[in-house]
Each structure stands twice: as structure tokens, then as C-alpha cells.
Design a protein around this ligand. Structure first.
Ligand code: CAA
Length: 379
């Protein structure tokens, strides 16, 4: 067993930290207030290689391992979880599935541009009546000669308006249930594709979340990923990796709030001394640091399993379940350490608390993670 990072891991972590401090921190409060997507920053993240980190260099990716990816996700999420969810979706939910299951033409046409961050992708599984119960897909793709006709609605789609390319999960044979679900690559400017209203959210307000409507959108057969009926498995396998990205995001939100609370506790004085010299604050810092370290170990273990080609779905569900709880607990305590200052926007921790909540909901709620974990235990 070896707990050391490699030189490459440290270089990636430091580059992500530097980028987050210099490029994401300025303006993060304004973007949150006005719900503005970080377009310029995401473009820069593409140029630096953060949008397709694990993709093979022959498709313009960084060729990095999953440990590098979660380290970068943690650093970006410490400062701006809206930017990091765009990064996570592009890396884990879009590039991964295309690289693993797409054909050469699809990789040439779409993956090469997505991996460079030249364009952004979105992953469309959720529907108004199919969130946790993902097999209940109502969106249909009906075969008609050499194309499919796509009809239906998708909800809560991250990168919903910013994306150019969408991985869409749809029912091709309703009689077969989840075995009749297929996956397609759809472009935004195709006729019949309408981007619905932008959601006004509690947190990750800079992230671009929309519903999408499809009316007779013509998808060429060559844009189906894998065989007909393969879509649900693709979605589930994609989410195994996606949940790891969100676990790293939750870890980063927690670590960001903790670092702010620690720094503040050394500056702020009460009763004649810095508040970090009061045991009430010391115990909070000790609890936060311990929980964050435990979450980090779960995230790294799941990333390591994935890099070794071992089964990691249960480990990534555990990492997401635990890290998202730590994100909530730590951000609330970080506000408490800041007292009244923690309740105002200028000190960042109230935003981190609002951002933390979504990590217990998207890419499978905490309750869904418990289903995945308990099925693993009992199988
Ligand atoms: N990995 C691989 N395969 C899996 C899997 C996993 N983690 N979970 C289920 N499957 C497979 C099963 O093996 C089964 O395949 P077979 O029939 O071939 O054996 C198939 O999927 C159906 O599984 P179940 O019979 O277990 O189906 P179920 O309805 O009882 O439960 C579920 C499935 C695990 C609850 C699933 O519906 C689920 O994960 N729901 C949550 C959906 C989710 O995470 N949505 C997130 C939306 S994306 C998002 O949030 C992105 C964003 O914008 C940030």
C-alpha cells in the first residue's frame, strides 16, 4: 500500500489550485448572485486540459488517471462548484461514455472537440417523471428508416444551454422496459430541439441547468451509441464514474469551507484571543479535518480501483454518499465558526453551503447511493 501522490498528481493538483485561485475566485460571488455561467473560465479550463483529463491523447485528451482527475476536481470545487460541475459532466458523463462505447467516427466527430473543451457536452437521463426511477423513461426514439424520431422532455440538464452535444437516453422499445432503452448523440441546432427555461437554483447558481424538449428531432442511425437496448447500461456505467466526480466535488466544497474557517479562526479575536484558541472552535476544526480526510480517502480509494480496472461502483457510491454528507456538515460548521460574517456573501461560506446541498441530490440521491451500496453488500 502506498499513500504517496506521484509528481504528476502533485503537478495537476497545484495547476488546478493555481487556476482556481487566480481565475475562478475573482467574480465567483457575482456569478453566483446573477446566475452567470463561467464561459471564459470554462474555455480556459479546456485550453489547460481540464475538460477531457482522462481521454486518450489521440482524441485530444490529457491521458491522465482518475486520481489526477479527482485531485483537480477537489481544487476547482473549493472555489467554484458551478465551474466544477460543468467540468465533471464533460469529463465523466460525456467524454467517458463516448470514448468507451462510441465508434471511431463518433470519436473523430465529437470526442476530439469535447476533450479539448472546444465544445461542451451534456448528459440527458432525468425526466419530469424519471429522476431516481431512471428506468421509467418516457422520451422515445422511434426508428424510421436510416434515422430515429426523438420526442419527449428531459429535466435538470447540467450545461443545458451551453452544451453543443448531448448524450440522450431514450426508449426505443417500450415493451422491453430498461432493456429497450438506447443512447444517442444529438446536436443542439437540429430541428425540433428546444432548450427550455433556465432553473433558478439554491446553489451552483453559475451552472447552466435547463429542461430540454424534443419534437420529431431526426437522429441519424450512426449517432446511436452501441446497439439498440444498450442505453440503460451505458447510463448506469457512466454514472458509476460520474458519482466519483461529484464525490470529489463534495470533498472540495467541504475542504474549501474548512480552509476558510481555519484562516478566519486565526484572525478573529474574542475574549482577548484568536477564536482558534477557544476549545469550542478547536473541536469544530478537529471534527471538520477528520471528516474531510475520511471523505478524501474514500474518493481516492474509488479512483484507484477505477484506475486498476477493478469493480468500483460500490466504492464510488460510498464516496459520494459520505463526501456529500461531509460537505453539508462542514459548510454549516464553517458558517458557525464565522458567526454573523458567515451569513453574508462576502465570506464565501454561505455559498459553499448552498452549493453543497446538490451533491446529495444529483447523479443519484443519497438514498440511491444506499441502494447501490446495499445491493453490493447483499449480492
Ligand atoms: N452499474 C452498472 N449497471 C447497473 C448499475 C450500476 N451502478 N445499477 C443498475 N445497473 C443495471 C442492472 O444490473 C440491471 O441490468 P440487467 O437488467 O441487465 O441485469 C439494470 O441496470 C436495471 O437495474 P435494476 O433492475 O437494479 O433497476 P432498478 O429500477 O431497480 O434500479 C437504480 C436502478 C440503481 C435505482 C437506477 O435507476 C439509478 O441509478 N437511479 C438513479 C439515477 C441517477 O443517478 N440519475 C442522475 C441523473 S444524471 C445527473 O444528475 C447529471 C447531472 O446533471 C450532474
Amino acid at each position: 500500500m502506498n499513500f504517496e501522490y506521484t509528481e504528476e498528481h502533485l503537478a495537476v493538483r497545484d495547476a488546478a489550485r493555481e487556476f482556481a485561485q487566480t481565475e475562478l475566485l475573482p467574480g465567483v460571488i457575482e456569478r453566483d448572485t446573477h446566475a452567470t455561467f463561467p464561459h471564459a473560465q470554462i474555455k480556459e479550463m479546456g485550453a489547460l486540459g481540464f475538460m477531457g483529463m482522462m481521454v486518450d491523447p489521440k482524441y485530444n485528451g490529457g491521458g491522465m488517471d482518475t486520481i489526477s482527475y479527482v485531485l483537480a476536481m477537489e481544487e476547482i470545487s473549493k472555489i467554484d462548484a458551478s465551474a466544477s460541475v460543468a467540468m465533471s459532466v464533460n469529463n465523466s458523463l460525456v467524454c467517458w461514455g463516448l470514448e468507451k462505447y462510441g465508434n471511431e467516427e463518433q470519436k473523430e466527430k465529437y470526442l476530439k472537440r469535447l476533450a479539448k473543451g472546444e465544445i461542451i457536452g451534456a448528459f440527458c437521463l432525468s425526466e419530469p417523471e424519471a429522476g431516481s426511477d431512471a428506468t421509467s423513461q418516457k422520451t422515445t426514439a422511434e426508428r424510421n428508416g436510416n434515422h430515429y424520431l426523438l420526442n419527449g422532455t428531459k429535466n435538470w440538464i447540467t450545461n443545458g444551454n451551453t452544451a453543443s452535444v448531448y448524450i440522450i437516453i431514450a426508449q426505443t422499445d417500450p415493451l422491453k422496459g430498461h432493456k429497450g432503452i438506447s443512447a444517442f448523440i444529438v446536436e443542439k441546432d437540429w430541428e425540433g430541439f428546444v432548450v427550455g427555461k433556465k432553473e433558478d437554483k439554491l446553489g451552483i447558481r453559475g451552472s447552466d441547468t435547463h429542461s430540454l424538449m424534443f419534437t420529431d428531432v431526426k437522429i441519424p442511425v450512426e449517432n446511436r451509441i452501441g446497439e439498440e437496448g444498450f442505453g440503460f447500461r451505458l447510463a448506469m456505467e457512466t454514472l458509476n464514474g460520474g458519482r466519483l466526480g461529484i464525490a470529489a466535488q463534495a470533498l472540495g466544497i467541504a475542504a474549501g469551507a474548512y480552509e476558510l474557517a481555519l484562516a478566519y479562526s486565526k484572525e478573529r479575536k474574542t475574549f482577548g484571543k484568536p477564536i482558534c484558541q477557544h476549545q469550542a472552535i478547536q473541536f469544530k476544526l478537529a471534527d471538520m479535518a477528520t471528516e474531510i480526510e475520511a471523505a478524501r480517502l474514500l474518493v481516492l480509494k474509488a479512483a484507484w480501483l477505477k484506475d486498476q480496472g477493478k469493480e468500483f461502483s460500490q466504492a464510488s457510491a460510498m464516496a459520494k454518499l459520505y463526501a456529500s454528507k461531509v460537505a453539508m456538515d462542514v459548510t454549516i460548521e464553517a458558517i458557525q465558526v464565522h458567526g454573523g460574517y458567515g451569513y453574508v456573501k462576502e465570506y464565501h461560506v454561505e455559498r459553499l453551503m448552498r452549493d453543497a446541498k446538490i451533491t446529495q441530490i444529483y447523479e443519484g440521491t443519497s438514498e440511491i447511493q444506499k441502494i447501490v451500496i446495499s445491493r453490493g453488500i447483499l449480492s
